[in-house]
Design a protein around this ligand. Structure first.
Ligand code: NDP
Length: 495
């Protein structure tokens, strides 16, 4: 097999020098700095974007404030309709968007199509449905009445204002869609700051959002590095930050937000997620589960599992079968439809994964499979299985965010639960067993925002998602997002 041909419109899009998306159109940056966008599969520079300057941040916030005024006054049904139209446009431009995404992130083309476009459209439609269903409550206060007066009260859900959406590089389209859909459906405006590694797809989506009927200023995209995000959060004209990214950056973002006068903050951070397999699960089923949990998109998924706990009696057969499966994976170009395993998204991340292999070796962990970077111009890393020596080993505690599954055997269910919870993080976890009753009894003891049983990694817009412990603050999806994107106003009336 070979690479699919890039569509002419993708070639043309990549060849542009990308300006900033402010007030419904491209605006040249007031500064002169640019950033190269590198295809991690080839190491080639494929495009350039602007690095937003402080003046651009002011311009984007002014635009978003004007956008907020207009958009928050739009009827809920109009908001829902615009999001539905944008979902249709994503699907109409499916191949174009998927190709841009694969070129900038190295994500294999099937994942770009299925998740970055199809799932993103599915999420948009889900959020669109909320537009006409956000409501307050009617309350009867219990104040004493001295002269026959009575009271009534109700609550209003009002959009929080201008939202700053800060997006990581792993699912740069889908995560941006989660943020813009939550903001727009509640009547907020939003400024998206994509990762400097993957800034392109969201610029194209911003153009499509204008075609869908979004007013200028309701969605702005400012490209650039971390200081652009910081500048936006600390700007007096922004009201909320919705951040997805690493724990250290998340802490810095939280501090910036608090320091900027209690700017509201939702933090979706990383983790060190566990998958626990009870001994009644057949080895082949366990291996399928481990691949789903740990190796999709080369493990670059915040909810992916990195710690695998297997009953001692099953450790060898599971690791043998897993090694056989990984050795047969078709590693190659993400634009080749036959590829099953592509590069990681940037050189910096590839090097970091190399350092994890060195740490594992330094602690005498056994590398059962993989354990090396793959030489060449692309940022490839071998899918890897590591057997730790003890529960204190680094690979069981630090997030790798890569295709590295670290194993430790356990002997009893109590020990399994203790190992699964032995982390300051709590984004997700999975439990694998044929005994559903046992699973349901164990679930409450697992410290994580999402616990899957006999599945891992799959997210649904109707099911709230977010971290417990040090993995974040706030929830996305379901009705849970409404609390974070609206202010609750209470109105009391005496009559
Ligand atoms: P980072 O935390 O490095 O960056 C996330 C975003 O924050 C990027 O757009 C980055 O810009 C920006 N940024 C950096 N510094 C600041 C700052 N001081 N103020 C405001 N914004 C800033 O994460 P990665 O992009 O490396 O993504 C990987 C991480 O994201 C992993 O830890 C993973 O677990 C986590 N993640 C969590 C998810 C969740 O839902 N819980 C989902 C997906 C990923 P730039 O890149 O330009 O520096």
């Amino acid at each position: 097999m070979s690479d699919i041909a890039l569509l002419p419109q993708v070639e043309a899009f990549l060849a542009r020098h990308h300006a900033l998306f402010i007030d419904g159109r491209y605006v040249q940056s007031q500064g002169a700095q640019t950033l190269d966008v590198v295809n991690p599969a080839t190491g080639q520079v494929i495009s350039q974007v602007s690095e937003a300057s402080p003046g651009d941040i002011d311009a984007a916030v002014e635009s978003a404030r004007r956008g907020f005024k207009q958009w928050s006054a739009a009827a809920p049904a109009v908001r829902g309709h615009v999001l539905l139209k944008l979902a249709d446009l994503l699907e109409r431009h499916r191949e174009e968007l998927a190709q841009i995404e694969t070129c900038q992130s190295g994500k294999i083309i099937q994942i770009s199509r299925a998740f970055e476009v199809d799932q993103a459209a599915h999420f948009l439609r889900y959020y669109a449905g909320w537009a006409t269903k956000i409501s307050g409550q009617t309350i009867t206060p219990s104040l004493p009445s001295f002269a026959g007066e009575r009271y009534t009260a109700f609550t209003l859900r009002e959009p929080v204002g201008v939202v700053v959406g800060i997006v990581p590089w792993n699912f740069s389209t889908m995560i941006a869609i989660w943020k813009l859909a939550s903001a727009l459906v509640t009547g907020c405006s939003i400024i998206i700051k994509p990762s400097e590694f993957t800034p392109l797809t969201i610029l194209r989506i911003a153009e499509l959002a204008m075609d869908a009927g979004l007013p200028p200023g309701a969605l702005n995209v400012l490209t650039g590095g971390g200081q652009v995000g910081k500048g936006l959060i600390e700007h007096p004209g922004t009201n909320k930050v919705s951040f997805t990214g690493s724990v250290p950056t998340g802490l810095a973002v939280g501090q910036s937000a608090m320091g900027a006068g209690l700017t509201r903050a939702t933090l979706e951070l990383g983790g060190k997620n566990a998958a626990g397999f009870l001994p009644d699960v057949a080895a082949d089923v366990a291996v399928n589960g481990i691949i789903e949990a740990g190796f999709l998109h080369s493990g670059q998924i915040c909810a992916a599992a990195e710690r695998f706990f297997v009953h001692r009696s099953q450790l060898e057969p599971i690791m043998d079968k897993l090694a056989q499966r990984l050795s047969k994976l078709n590693i190659g170009s993400p634009l080749d439809e036959a590829t099953e395993f592509g590069p990681v998204t940037n050189r910096q991340h590839q090097r970091k994964l190399g350092e994890f292999f060195a740490k594992a070796r330094a602690q005498d962990n056994t590398i059962i499979h993989g354990g090396k970077l793959i030489d060449g111009p692309g940022c490839y890393v071998e899918p890897t299985i590591i057997l730790a020596n003890s529960r204190n080993d680094t690979l069981l505690h630090e997030e790798t965010f890569g295709p590295i599954a670290t194993f430790l055997p356990y002997d009893s269910e109590e020990e399994l639960l203790e190992l699964m919870n032995d982390t300051p993080f709590g984004l997700s976890a999975s439990l694998w067993t044929n005994d559903l009753g046992k699973a349901l009894r164990m679930v409450p003891a697992i410290e994580a925002g999402t616990v899957w049983v006999n599945m891992h990694t799959l997210l649904d817009p109707a099911v709230p998602f977010g971290g417990s412990k040090s993995s974040g603050m706030g929830r996305e999806f379901g009705s849970a997002f409404i609390d974070d994107y609206t202010e609750l106003k209470s109105v009391m009336i005496r009559y």
